[in-house]
Design a protein around this ligand. Structure first.
Ligand code: GLU
Length: 495
């Protein structure tokens, strides 16, 4: 079969050289698991650190596993995380297309080229995909490996279905190098003649990734360590074509505990789940960056990094080969810090939807409530339960009025509420300072600690022991009428 050498030369000519080029190559599964997010992040960081190019490639050759809307999840997550790509399906680029299903013809051509180069062969055996995957395939038995070119031509002419398999040498060893795992050598006899091109004409991942990484000029391949065992076969493919092997960065799995990998199927959270559980994107990214990478030198103690700071500090040497355990408490710690560090207006914006889950009365200002919450929540999902008393005073028992530290009991509380009510009712305005100064003056006048007066007031207006914000702030937000109404209820309970 004559091959169009010019076409291959043109493909080579398009490959950009001279700069770091990395790619994130997700399969559209419908969600972004934590390991994938980390791969995306590291890949992006390597490119940004080097002033290189970051590419998004969609690996959708497994048509049986396609999920509706799944690519949108990828775009949305990448955009939300600030992991902007320079080339990709939506923005184009010099080596388009960036969706594997649109590169079908390319893989077929390269598979045939590899047959011609002697490193692959047509196989007409009737094997189902599950037989392929069973690991029982023994290439020594495969009669197709030794078909003559004439026999192959005849079968092709007869229209027999076929796959194209990699022809792995029987003898010798193959060595590949990984940034964190070092040199790994395997016996060629332990490698299988894997399928490169399937009966439907689509490539396997194992073939497509090599073709695409080469044609897209990828310099650093970052992916999960589940691909380590296939790396020797990839190297044999690169070598078969006479191509340069990229730098491999295989990342150890993110673990749920010492034994188990995190997995969505077993209920471990994906990026979307974490967002839904009230974690901020910035906190997730910061935490995920440190799952398997640690800064060196003067930054070795630093925990908090913006994406920009990560891009400056990131280095391949800091990537660890030991598996990292995903610790929800640690993520919560990062999240609480990020929440506290936000500009109040920015916090109010992210908090508002959570506040509004509990506080539907539009008379209560979400930004004012957000102010009370900012220093007091670890996750956004903590919010509704903390502010549920605004809309409606909860049922509560009088024992809440008793507090040793504030020197209150039912009797004292009743006395305080009865004395405070007319004073608040008579205030000239309902400003925070006015309420505050008046209550402090009243406590002094009554000869009690501030807390002895504030505690019963706060219980009466909130109906719960723990509230974001003190009595004064809550009074101010609830408004005079509601405060007086709730105080009356408290007084009646205590009587
Ligand atoms: N599509 C593969 C995955 O989602 C990507 C592996 C790679 O980055 O090479 O696991």
């Amino acid at each position: 079969m004559a091959m169009d050498k010019q076409w291959f030369a043109d493909m080579e000519a398009k490959i950009p050289h001279g700069k770091v080029r990395t790619r994130f190559a997700p399969s559209p599964t419908g969600y972004m698991h934590v390991g994938n997010l980390r791969t995306a992040l590291y890949t992006w960081l390597i490119a940004r650190n080097a002033g290189g190019t970051f590419i998004l490639r969609i690996e959708d050759t497994d048509q049986g596993r396609l999920v509706e809307g799944a690519t949108d999840v990828i775009y949305r997550t990448m955009a939300e995380c600030g992991l902007t790509h320079d080339e990709g399906p939506d923005v184009g680029g010099p080596v388009a297309p960036y969706i594997q299903s649109q590169r079908r013809d390319t893989y077929g051509k390269y598979a045939r080229l590899l047959v011609e180069l002697g490193h692959a062969y047509y196989c007409f055996c009737e094997k189902t995909e599950s037989e392929e995957d069973s690991g029982e395939f023994d290439r020594a038995d495969d009669p197709c490996r030794d078909l003559t070119p004439e026999e192959v031509e005849a079968k092709l002419a007869a229209g027999l279905p076929y796959v194209i398999r990699q022809r792995i040498p029987h003898e010798g060893t193959t060595t590949f190098h990984d940034v964190s795992f070092g040199d790994i050598t395997v016996e060629n006899k332990d490698l299988d003649d894997q399928v490169l091109l399937k009966r439907d004409g689509l490539p396997t991942y194992n073939f497509a990734n090599v073709i695409d990484d080469h044609l897209m000029g990828i310099t650093h391949v970052v992916r999960g360590s589940e691909y380590l065992s296939s790396a020797p076969k990839y190297n044999l493919l690169y070598r078969g074509f006479g191509w340069e092997v990229p730098t491999y960065v295989h990342c150890s799995p993110v673990m749920r505990d010492a034994q188990h990998k995190m997995s969505k199927r077993h209920g471990d959270p994906s990026y979307e789940d974490l967002k839904e559980q009230g974690f901020l994107t910035d906190a997730i990214l910061n935490y995920v960056a440190l799952l398997g990478w640690s800064p060196k030198g003067e930054k070795s103690e630093q925990e908090f990094f913006t994406l920009q700071e990560l891009a400056e500090a990131f280095d391949l040497a800091g990537i660890s080969k030991s598996p990292a355990i995903f610790d929800m408490e640690k993520l919560t710690y990062f999240n609480a810090n990020y929440l506290r560090g936000m500009e109040p207006a920015a916090f109010a914006k992210v908090a508002e939807p959570y506040i509004r889950k509990a506080v539907t009365n539009p008379a209560y200002d979400a930004a004012e409530i957000a102010d009370l919450l900012q220093a007091r929540c670890e996750k956004l999902t903590d919010i509704p339960e903390k502010v549920d008393f605004f809309d409606a005073l909860p049922e509560y028992g009088v024992e809440l009025f008793t507090n040793k530290k504030s020197k209150t009991d039912a009797q004292v509380s009743l006395d305080m509420l009865e004395k405070t009510l007319p004073v608040l009712a008579a205030l000239p305005d309902w400003e925070q300072d006015t309420i505050h100064d008046t209550l402090i003056a009243l406590a002094e006048q009554l000869g009690v600690k501030n807390a002895t007066l504030m505690w019963p007031l706060r219980i009466a207006i909130a109906g719960k022991a723990v509230t974001p914000g003190g009595a004064v702030e809550l009074c101010r937000i609830l408004g005079r009428e509601e405060v007086l109404r709730r105080m009356e209820i408290g007084i009646n309970k205590l009587k």
